[in-house]
Design a protein around this ligand. Structure first.
Ligand code: NAD
Length: 266
Protein backbone atom coordinates (compact mmCIF):
# COMPACT_ATOMS: atom_id res chain seq x y z
CA UNK A 1 0.00 0.00 0.00
CA UNK A 2 1.27 3.52 -0.87
CA UNK A 3 2.25 5.77 2.01
CA UNK A 4 -0.50 8.09 3.22
CA UNK A 5 0.50 11.47 4.71
CA UNK A 6 -1.76 12.41 7.60
CA UNK A 7 -2.40 15.61 9.58
CA UNK A 8 -4.15 15.25 12.94
CA UNK A 9 -6.22 18.19 14.25
CA UNK A 10 -6.83 18.04 18.00
CA UNK A 11 -3.66 15.94 18.27
CA UNK A 12 -3.22 16.66 21.96
CA UNK A 13 -6.80 15.73 22.81
CA UNK A 14 -7.89 12.34 24.17
CA UNK A 15 -8.81 10.96 20.72
CA UNK A 16 -6.08 12.81 18.83
CA UNK A 17 -3.37 11.25 21.02
CA UNK A 18 -4.69 7.78 20.28
CA UNK A 19 -4.65 8.55 16.53
CA UNK A 20 -1.02 9.76 16.68
CA UNK A 21 -0.09 6.54 18.53
CA UNK A 22 -1.99 4.37 16.03
CA UNK A 23 -0.26 6.07 13.06
CA UNK A 24 3.15 5.31 14.59
CA UNK A 25 2.25 1.59 14.55
CA UNK A 26 1.65 1.44 10.77
CA UNK A 27 4.45 2.00 8.31
CA UNK A 28 2.17 3.12 5.46
CA UNK A 29 0.62 5.89 7.60
CA UNK A 30 2.87 8.90 8.13
CA UNK A 31 2.14 11.74 10.55
CA UNK A 32 3.15 14.93 8.71
CA UNK A 33 1.32 17.51 10.83
CA UNK A 34 -0.24 17.78 14.28
CA UNK A 35 -2.40 20.70 15.39
CA UNK A 36 -2.60 21.81 19.00
CA UNK A 37 -2.96 25.44 19.99
CA UNK A 38 -1.75 24.88 23.55
CA UNK A 39 1.35 22.84 22.59
CA UNK A 40 2.42 24.73 19.41
CA UNK A 41 6.19 24.54 18.84
CA UNK A 42 6.73 21.52 21.13
CA UNK A 43 7.85 18.13 19.79
CA UNK A 44 4.81 15.90 19.18
CA UNK A 45 6.38 12.62 20.31
CA UNK A 46 7.98 14.05 23.45
CA UNK A 47 4.75 15.80 24.50
CA UNK A 48 2.71 12.64 24.04
CA UNK A 49 5.28 10.39 25.73
CA UNK A 50 6.19 8.56 22.50
CA UNK A 51 9.87 9.64 22.23
CA UNK A 52 11.26 12.44 20.07
CA UNK A 53 9.51 12.75 16.66
CA UNK A 54 11.37 15.75 15.19
CA UNK A 55 7.93 17.15 14.29
CA UNK A 56 6.44 20.07 16.21
CA UNK A 57 2.80 20.87 16.93
CA UNK A 58 1.35 23.62 14.74
CA UNK A 59 -1.14 26.12 16.16
CA UNK A 60 -3.79 26.02 13.42
CA UNK A 61 -5.13 23.82 10.63
CA UNK A 62 -4.71 26.69 8.13
CA UNK A 63 -1.02 26.98 9.01
CA UNK A 64 -0.25 23.27 8.75
CA UNK A 65 -2.13 22.96 5.43
CA UNK A 66 -0.04 25.85 4.12
CA UNK A 67 3.27 24.37 5.25
CA UNK A 68 2.78 20.64 4.61
CA UNK A 69 1.91 18.35 1.74
CA UNK A 70 -0.71 15.92 3.07
CA UNK A 71 -3.30 13.44 1.81
CA UNK A 72 -5.67 13.22 4.79
CA UNK A 73 -6.73 15.44 7.70
CA UNK A 74 -8.03 13.51 10.71
CA UNK A 75 -10.15 15.78 12.90
CA UNK A 76 -11.02 15.12 16.53
CA UNK A 77 -11.52 18.69 17.76
CA UNK A 78 -14.70 20.43 18.87
CA UNK A 79 -18.14 21.00 17.33
CA UNK A 80 -17.27 24.75 16.98
CA UNK A 81 -14.29 24.40 14.65
CA UNK A 82 -14.74 21.11 12.80
CA UNK A 83 -16.68 22.53 9.83
CA UNK A 84 -14.09 25.25 9.25
CA UNK A 85 -11.25 22.70 9.49
CA UNK A 86 -13.00 20.45 6.97
CA UNK A 87 -13.58 23.30 4.57
CA UNK A 88 -9.94 24.40 4.72
CA UNK A 89 -8.81 20.82 4.05
CA UNK A 90 -11.18 20.29 1.10
CA UNK A 91 -10.12 23.63 -0.46
CA UNK A 92 -6.47 22.50 -0.10
CA UNK A 93 -7.23 19.12 -1.75
CA UNK A 94 -6.70 17.23 1.53
CA UNK A 95 -9.29 14.56 2.38
CA UNK A 96 -10.99 14.91 5.78
CA UNK A 97 -11.64 11.94 8.07
CA UNK A 98 -13.81 13.37 10.82
CA UNK A 99 -14.81 11.93 14.17
CA UNK A 100 -15.75 15.21 15.87
CA UNK A 101 -19.42 15.13 16.72
CA UNK A 102 -22.05 17.88 16.62
CA UNK A 103 -21.97 18.75 12.90
CA UNK A 104 -25.52 19.84 11.96
CA UNK A 105 -27.19 18.14 8.97
CA UNK A 106 -27.19 21.40 6.96
CA UNK A 107 -23.44 21.76 7.41
CA UNK A 108 -22.87 18.15 6.32
CA UNK A 109 -24.91 18.85 3.18
CA UNK A 110 -22.87 21.99 2.44
CA UNK A 111 -19.56 20.14 2.94
CA UNK A 112 -20.85 17.30 0.79
CA UNK A 113 -21.49 19.74 -2.11
CA UNK A 114 -18.04 21.21 -1.60
CA UNK A 115 -16.51 17.71 -1.90
CA UNK A 116 -18.58 17.02 -5.00
CA UNK A 117 -17.45 20.26 -6.67
CA UNK A 118 -13.84 19.44 -5.88
CA UNK A 119 -14.20 15.73 -6.74
CA UNK A 120 -12.61 14.88 -3.39
CA UNK A 121 -13.41 12.22 -0.79
CA UNK A 122 -14.33 12.76 2.87
CA UNK A 123 -15.58 10.54 5.68
CA UNK A 124 -17.57 11.70 8.70
CA UNK A 125 -18.24 8.93 11.20
CA UNK A 126 -20.25 9.56 14.37
CA UNK A 127 -18.68 6.37 15.70
CA UNK A 128 -15.47 4.69 14.57
CA UNK A 129 -15.98 1.62 16.80
CA UNK A 130 -16.90 -1.18 14.42
CA UNK A 131 -19.02 -2.89 17.13
CA UNK A 132 -21.09 0.28 17.52
CA UNK A 133 -21.65 0.44 13.77
CA UNK A 134 -22.90 -3.17 13.85
CA UNK A 135 -25.26 -2.18 16.71
CA UNK A 136 -26.73 0.55 14.46
CA UNK A 137 -27.18 -1.87 11.57
CA UNK A 138 -28.93 -4.40 13.88
CA UNK A 139 -31.12 -1.61 15.33
CA UNK A 140 -32.28 -0.71 11.82
CA UNK A 141 -33.15 -4.38 11.16
CA UNK A 142 -35.02 -4.76 14.46
CA UNK A 143 -37.05 -1.52 14.12
CA UNK A 144 -38.93 -2.95 11.13
CA UNK A 145 -40.47 -5.64 13.34
CA UNK A 146 -40.32 -3.95 16.76
CA UNK A 147 -41.16 -0.26 16.21
CA UNK A 148 -41.42 0.62 19.95
CA UNK A 149 -37.89 1.80 20.68
CA UNK A 150 -35.90 4.06 23.00
CA UNK A 151 -32.19 4.89 22.86
CA UNK A 152 -30.09 5.44 25.99
CA UNK A 153 -26.59 6.75 25.38
CA UNK A 154 -24.05 7.24 28.21
CA UNK A 155 -20.78 9.18 28.00
CA UNK A 156 -18.09 10.78 30.17
CA UNK A 157 -19.03 14.20 31.58
CA UNK A 158 -16.49 16.12 29.43
CA UNK A 159 -18.64 15.58 26.34
CA UNK A 160 -19.99 18.84 24.90
CA UNK A 161 -22.91 17.71 22.74
CA UNK A 162 -26.07 15.75 23.55
CA UNK A 163 -27.43 13.49 22.30
CA UNK A 164 -24.28 11.82 20.96
CA UNK A 165 -23.59 11.64 17.23
CA UNK A 166 -23.95 7.86 17.49
CA UNK A 167 -27.43 8.15 19.03
CA UNK A 168 -28.56 10.57 16.31
CA UNK A 169 -27.14 8.33 13.59
CA UNK A 170 -28.84 5.27 15.17
CA UNK A 171 -32.15 7.17 15.22
CA UNK A 172 -31.72 8.15 11.57
CA UNK A 173 -31.12 4.52 10.63
CA UNK A 174 -34.06 3.28 12.73
CA UNK A 175 -36.55 5.57 10.96
CA UNK A 176 -35.50 4.10 7.61
CA UNK A 177 -37.40 0.90 8.54
CA UNK A 178 -39.67 1.86 11.50
CA UNK A 179 -43.34 2.46 10.85
CA UNK A 180 -43.89 6.08 11.89
CA UNK A 181 -45.90 6.49 15.10
CA UNK A 182 -45.83 8.38 18.38
CA UNK A 183 -44.91 6.16 21.33
CA UNK A 184 -46.00 6.31 24.94
CA UNK A 185 -49.36 7.28 26.45
CA UNK A 186 -51.13 9.97 24.39
CA UNK A 187 -51.75 11.98 27.56
CA UNK A 188 -48.29 11.45 29.04
CA UNK A 189 -47.10 14.55 30.98
CA UNK A 190 -43.60 15.46 32.16
CA UNK A 191 -43.55 16.40 35.86
CA UNK A 192 -39.95 17.58 35.40
CA UNK A 193 -38.95 19.13 32.05
CA UNK A 194 -36.94 16.73 29.91
CA UNK A 195 -37.90 13.65 31.95
CA UNK A 196 -38.84 11.71 28.81
CA UNK A 197 -35.67 12.64 26.90
CA UNK A 198 -35.25 14.15 23.45
CA UNK A 199 -38.08 13.58 20.95
CA UNK A 200 -37.13 12.10 17.57
CA UNK A 201 -39.89 11.23 15.07
CA UNK A 202 -42.14 9.60 17.67
CA UNK A 203 -39.57 8.03 20.01
CA UNK A 204 -37.09 9.17 22.66
CA UNK A 205 -33.35 9.49 23.09
CA UNK A 206 -31.84 9.77 26.60
CA UNK A 207 -28.36 11.08 27.42
CA UNK A 208 -26.45 10.14 30.58
CA UNK A 209 -23.23 12.04 31.49
CA UNK A 210 -21.00 10.75 34.31
CA UNK A 211 -17.28 10.60 35.10
CA UNK A 212 -15.97 7.06 34.69
CA UNK A 213 -17.98 6.38 31.53
CA UNK A 214 -16.36 6.29 28.07
CA UNK A 215 -18.97 5.73 25.30
CA UNK A 216 -21.92 3.37 25.72
CA UNK A 217 -25.30 2.90 24.11
CA UNK A 218 -28.35 0.72 24.57
CA UNK A 219 -31.20 0.46 22.07
CA UNK A 220 -34.29 -0.98 23.76
CA UNK A 221 -37.09 -2.51 21.71
CA UNK A 222 -40.36 -3.33 23.49
CA UNK A 223 -43.11 -5.65 22.31
CA UNK A 224 -45.98 -7.50 23.97
CA UNK A 225 -44.32 -9.87 26.44
CA UNK A 226 -40.81 -9.34 25.04
CA UNK A 227 -37.89 -6.93 25.25
CA UNK A 228 -34.87 -6.83 22.96
CA UNK A 229 -31.76 -4.93 24.13
CA UNK A 230 -28.83 -4.09 21.87
CA UNK A 231 -25.84 -2.80 23.80
CA UNK A 232 -22.40 -1.60 22.84
CA UNK A 233 -19.59 -0.38 25.12
CA UNK A 234 -16.40 1.35 24.09
CA UNK A 235 -14.19 0.59 27.07
CA UNK A 236 -11.28 2.75 25.94
CA UNK A 237 -10.34 4.98 23.03
CA UNK A 238 -8.30 2.25 21.34
CA UNK A 239 -11.67 0.75 20.33
CA UNK A 240 -12.05 3.52 17.72
CA UNK A 241 -8.66 3.06 16.05
CA UNK A 242 -9.32 0.15 13.62
CA UNK A 243 -12.20 2.24 12.24
CA UNK A 244 -10.05 5.39 11.94
CA UNK A 245 -7.32 3.41 10.14
CA UNK A 246 -9.87 1.90 7.75
CA UNK A 247 -11.33 5.36 7.01
CA UNK A 248 -7.87 6.85 6.28
CA UNK A 249 -7.21 4.03 3.81
CA UNK A 250 -10.67 4.23 2.16
CA UNK A 251 -10.99 8.03 1.88
CA UNK A 252 -8.12 8.05 -0.62
CA UNK A 253 -10.31 6.08 -3.06
CA UNK A 254 -13.44 8.24 -2.64
CA UNK A 255 -14.59 11.21 -4.74
CA UNK A 256 -17.49 12.28 -2.47
CA UNK A 257 -18.39 12.70 1.19
CA UNK A 258 -19.49 9.52 2.97
CA UNK A 259 -21.36 9.84 6.29
CA UNK A 260 -21.18 6.79 8.54
CA UNK A 261 -18.63 3.98 8.76
CA UNK A 262 -21.29 1.42 7.76
CA UNK A 263 -21.06 2.81 4.22
CA UNK A 264 -17.40 1.82 3.86
CA UNK A 265 -17.60 -1.60 5.55
CA UNK A 266 -17.51 -4.34 2.89
P1 NAD B 1 -10.74 16.52 23.77
O1 NAD B 1 -11.35 17.75 24.40
O2 NAD B 1 -9.88 15.65 24.60
O3 NAD B 1 -9.87 16.97 22.51
C1 NAD B 1 -10.25 17.99 21.62
C2 NAD B 1 -8.97 18.66 21.14
O4 NAD B 1 -9.29 19.64 20.15
C3 NAD B 1 -8.22 19.38 22.26
O5 NAD B 1 -6.88 18.99 22.24
C4 NAD B 1 -8.36 20.86 21.88
O6 NAD B 1 -7.22 21.60 22.26
C5 NAD B 1 -8.46 20.76 20.37
N1 NAD B 1 -9.03 21.96 19.77
C6 NAD B 1 -9.98 22.78 20.25
N2 NAD B 1 -10.18 23.79 19.40
C7 NAD B 1 -9.35 23.60 18.36
C8 NAD B 1 -9.07 24.31 17.15
N3 NAD B 1 -9.68 25.47 16.90
N4 NAD B 1 -8.17 23.81 16.28
C9 NAD B 1 -7.52 22.66 16.55
N5 NAD B 1 -7.71 21.96 17.69
C10 NAD B 1 -8.61 22.43 18.58
O7 NAD B 1 -11.95 15.70 23.13
P2 NAD B 1 -11.95 14.17 22.65
O8 NAD B 1 -12.49 13.32 23.73
O9 NAD B 1 -10.64 13.85 22.03
O10 NAD B 1 -13.08 14.25 21.53
C11 NAD B 1 -12.94 15.05 20.37
C12 NAD B 1 -14.21 14.93 19.52
O11 NAD B 1 -14.32 13.60 19.02
C13 NAD B 1 -15.51 15.20 20.27
O12 NAD B 1 -16.40 15.88 19.41
C14 NAD B 1 -16.04 13.82 20.58
O13 NAD B 1 -17.43 13.80 20.72
C15 NAD B 1 -15.61 13.08 19.33
N6 NAD B 1 -15.48 11.62 19.45
C16 NAD B 1 -15.82 10.91 18.34
C17 NAD B 1 -15.65 9.54 18.33
C18 NAD B 1 -16.01 8.78 17.08
O14 NAD B 1 -15.85 7.55 17.05
N7 NAD B 1 -16.48 9.44 16.04
C19 NAD B 1 -15.14 8.88 19.45
C20 NAD B 1 -14.77 9.65 20.57
C21 NAD B 1 -14.94 11.03 20.55
Amino acid sequence: MMGIRVIVAGANGRMGREVVKMLSQHEHLQLVGAVSRSEAGKDVGETLGLGRYGLSFTSSVAEVLNQTKADVLVDFTTPHVVAENMELAIQAGVRPVVGTSGLPEKEIERLSSLCQNKGIGAIIAPNFAIGAVLMMIFAKQAAKYMPHVEIIESHHDRKLDAPSGTAVKTAEMIVQTREEMKQGHPEEKEILDGARGAYYQGFRIHSVRLPGLVAHQEVLFGGNGQLLTLRHDSLNRESFMPGVKLAIEKVIELDKLVYGLENILD
